[in-house]
Design a protein around this ligand. Structure first.
Ligand code: URA
Length: 210
């Protein structure tokens, strides 16, 4: 069993207080650290930033119900990394194939912005996840926070492996592929187009499966 944060994790006081507020306001939401989705024997790990308030924090599955999830799951389905139908619900029956999804920070942060302390505190869970994946060949980091946290987890220097969309760094047995985050902001502003994201998912799959 991979250590997951407990539902009432209090490592980050600000995030725990925000969760408490949200639990009051939205008692039907998941309102906890969102667990990893997918199997530990996968060759590809997708690392996002953190749950969205009314997306993954509501549904309890990474990217599920989030704007970013519409694009991510569409591409995973297109590239055969998921199977079934994505219906924005954790019980939609969608299965991941050779891929697993987690977040650099497991709890929803205010304004989608985790603090450096929170990224660091949550890294123990990312580290446990990576260590528990014996077949891991590639990591697709969505955004700079995820990229940097993966570098810190793997103990490599960020100055040597800077975040860049489409970069693929061979780090020992794992290739780190990085992408702009597939957020609503990045897609609405054209920072990340669907074609760019399609290409980077394809690149990550190739690195994982070769
Ligand atoms: N939902 C997640 O679970 N992670 C993100 O990075 C964005 C939305």
């Amino acid at each position: 069993m991979i250590p997951e944060p407990p539902h009432d994790c209090r490592l980050c006081p600000r995030l725990a207080a925000f969760r408490d507020e949200n639990a009051n306001e939205y008692p039907d939401f998941f309102n906890g650290p969102v667990p990893t989705f997918g199997a530990a024997d996968a060759r590809l790990l997708v690392v996002g930033l953190a749950p969205g308030l009314k997306g993954a924090n509501r549904t309890g599955r990474p990217f599920t119900g989030d704007w970013a999830g519409d694009l991510l799951y569409k591409m995973l389905l297109k590239h055969g990394l998921a199977n079934g139908h994505y219906d924005e619900r954790p019980d939609d029956g969608l299965k991941l194939c050779g891929c697993t999804i987690t977040n650099a920070v497991r709890c929803v942060p205010p304004e989608n912005k985790p603090l450096p302390f929170e990224i660091k505190a949550c890294r123990r869970f990312l580290s446990a996840q990576i260590s528990a994946m014996p077949n891991l060949r590639a990591i697709l980091a969505l955004g700079k926070v995820a990229h940097d946290s993966v570098c810190d987890t793997l103990g490599v220097r960020k100055s040597q492996y800077p975040f860049k969309h489409g970069a693929a760094y061979k780090l020992d047995t794992v290739t780190l592929v990085s992408s702009y985050h597939c957020s609503r902001y990045n897609t609405n502003t054209g920072v990340l187009t669907e074609a760019m994201f399609d290409a980077v998912v394809k690149q990550a799959k190739k690195a994982a499966m070769s």
